[in-house]
Design a protein around this ligand. Structure first.
Ligand code: CA
Ligand code: CA
Ligand code: CA
Length: 472
């Protein structure tokens, strides 16, 4: 349509002709808007990214909210029209994904209803996600009275109040609602590394893009894995889906890993003593620097049922998945849980010096840190079982031995975490420092320990902290 003005038209027309011309002009304008190039101005706003927190799944997605409301079918079609076949209405396959999305939506106002890909399938009498046919989890936060008695036109929507109150409801597909598109991101990890090992037969397994380290078929006292640097790679990521070896034989536990050990060498981004005990659910990024190999050594005194399953992925230097240099742990979600190593068994380990980094969501300005909420979810110095002089929430210069430091804020130690610590200083980072001693005995071993009159570190489990990025 050529550009022309109504003023110009009015000079050459009059009466009904002019009115008709205006209507034609307006109609042409609207249809022109409808036909505007969708890819350029898709009417969608980017709200965030979620990667499932586990490199092994390779399920990473970007999320967009619509600027306008639409019926369910049009909304679903729009996601594909705008972003292609890698997109659909959002499917929430895990509680982590649901919680992350709820936090992303915090900027978009209360009382909005968003379509998801969830539908009711009367043939099987089940709710499922249409993008992949996965059943909807039994953790689904249905609102009171929902899903009621759904029918073939029932669809799942999120009735969003705030990130802590976002119930799911069942709505007929003809209603018009805002909607959320989920777009799969392209994996940028390198092919699986070729890991060599000195261990039992079958100590590695390769599946998809992942090399997995496992104990193999028979017990070997030392399992050494060597992960050579591939061309273009800068890092490896380890995912400890399962890891349990023996820990200290001392009572009380001194954090020194004097039985089994897990030792890492060749990496440049963290220096720490051997690890031991339980690392289930932990991850690590290890930088090659100028090294050609990263070595992972698991040493076991005797067979007592040790088990592990460690995913290894190699990350290219130009990958968007690469952790910033110096970060041993890198969390990419809006919210997440960070635990010290061996927190699962409740015993802090010695000689830990590393950084925990959080990827800043572009729409977020601050980060909040708080304890996971359990009785002993933060206890890194002082005595946990009974009160002594070193007990309590401590910060700043009084933290000299074991501490965490929140970048832009201060150090924290002691036996509790002071409520919510908030900072806007970026990059969002927490440094962990645990010294070389855990249980503190007097220098003369014949003197009994009295923690009521002297400082000791007894029964420290370590920390479990939750971070949450916030928009304001
Ligand atoms: Ca999903
Ligand atoms: Ca301690
Ligand atoms: Ca210590």
């Amino acid at each position: 349509m050529t550009h022309c003005s109504l003023e110009g038209l009015s000079k050459t027309m009059s009466g009904k002709t002019l009115l008709l011309a205006i209507l034609v002009f307006l109609a042409a304008s609207f249809s022109q808007n409808d036909a505007a190039p969708k890819k350029k101005e898709p009417g969608m706003t980017y709200i965030g990214h979620f990667s499932g927190g586990n490199a092994r799944s390779f399920q990473a997605s970007d999320y967009y909210v619509s600027d306008n409301a639409a019926t369910w079918t049009i909304a679903n079609n729009n996601c594909k029209a705008i972003f292609g076949d890698i997109a659909s209405l959002v499917s929430l396959e895990s509680e982590d994904e649901k919680n992350s999305l709820n936090a992303m939506l915090e900027d978009y106002g209360a009382g909005i209803t968003y379509w998801t890909s969830g539908i009711y399938d009367p043939s099987g009498a089940v709710w499922r996600w249409t993008s992949n046919n996965a059943p909807i989890g039994n953790w689904a936060p249905w609102g009171t009275g929902y899903p009621g008695s759904p029918t073939s036109v029932s669809r799942l929507a999120i009735l969003y109040l705030n990130q802590f109150s976002a119930n799911w409801v069942s709505i007929y597909n003809t209603q018009k609602n805002s909607f959320i598109c989920e777009v799969q991101s392209t994996p940028t990890t390198a092919p699986p590394p070729t890991v060599t090992y000195q261990c039992s037969t079958g100590a590695t397994v390769v599946t998809n893009n992942l090399a997995r380290l496992v104990p193999g078929t028979e017990f070997h006292q030392l399992c050494r894995y060597v992960v050579p640097k591939q061309s273009g790679a800068c890092q490896i990521r380890l995912d400890f889906s399962r890891f349990q070896i023996a820990e200290d034989t001392d009572t009380p536990v001194t954090g020194s890993c004097d039985a089994d050990t897990f030792t890492i060498s060749g990496n440049t981004n963290a220096r720490f003593g051997p690890l031991c005990g339980n690392l289930d659910g932990q991850h690590m990024y290890l930088d090659y620097g100028t090294s050609e190999n990263i070595n992972l050594d698991i040493f076991m005194v005797a067979f007592i049922g040790q088990t592990w399953d460690i995913g290894v992925t190699q990350i290219k230097c130009d990958s968007t998945d690469k952790a910033p240099s110096g970060c041993l742990q890198y969390f990419t979600e809006q919210r997440g849980t960070v635990k010290s190593f061996n927190f699962n068994l409740g015993h802090q380990l010695n000689n830990q010096d590393y950084s925990v980094c959080v990827k800043t969501n572009p729409s977020m300005k601050r980060i909040e840190w708080r304890s996971c909420g359990g009785d002993k979810d933060f206890s890194i110095s002082g005595e946990t079982e009974t009160s002594g002089p070193d007990v309590g929430g401590q910060s700043g210069d009084s933290c000299t031995r074991d501490w965490v430091m929140i970048y832009g804020d201060t150090k924290y130690c002691g036996t509790w975490f002071p409520g919510v610590v908030t900072t806007s200083t970026q990059p969002f980072t927490m440094n962990v420092h645990f010294d070389e001693v855990e249980v503190r005995f007097p220098s003369d071993p014949s003197i009994p320990v009295d923690c009521t009159i002297q400082s000791c570190d007894l029964f420290n489990p370590g920390f479990c902290l939750i971070y949450s990025q916030t928009p304001n």
